[in-house]
Write a protein that binds this ligand. Structure first.
Ligand code: THU
Length: 133
């Protein structure tokens, strides 16, 4: 993936956070994904008064991509409104694994701090489609 493509994904993730519905946490997260077709998709976190139903930005972006017909994720970028970069939560790691076990996962924030990791590092020994036999 080119540096320009990654920069574009970062901009998309930052912009997506502006649509966050996060009245309970006030934590506006944005995500973007580069899918197998080469197209990009975005998502944001969507909370609910029934707190357990809150959906993370990453999963919103991934489900949007899959609903559009994508089958594979090449890269996921997450923006959090924090001074240091934060990795995706466990649920999102599992969902990334379903469609992008080889995906690059990049986290950006309000400073130059960043994380650039493989899903392999984030979710070693993952349970996935292959384990269902
Ligand atoms: N959140 C995300 O969108 N992505 C993550 O990886 C971690 C957490 C959201 C969920 C909730 O709306 C808020 O951030 C606080 O946890």
């Amino acid at each position: 993936m080119t540096a320009a493509a990654l920069t574009r994904l970062e901009k998309l993730a930052r912009a997506a956070a502006k649509s966050s519905y996060s009245p309970y946490s006030q934590f506006a997260v944005g995500a973007s994904v580069l899918a197998g077709s080469g197209k990009t998709y975005t998502g944001t976190n969507i909370e609910n008064a029934s707190f357990g139903l809150c959906n993370c930005a990453e999963r919103t972006a991934i489900f949007t991509a899959i609903a559009a017909g994508e089958k594979k994720l090449k890269c996921v970028v997450i923006y959090t409104p924090t001074p240091t970069a934060t990795p995706p939560c466990g649920a999102c790691r599992q969902v990334i694994n379903e469609f992008g076990p080889q995906a690059r996962v990049v986290s950006v924030c309000d400073s130059d701090d960043r994380l650039d990791l493989s899903l392999d590092t984030l979710l070693p020994g993952a349970f996935g489609p292959g384990n269902l036999g």
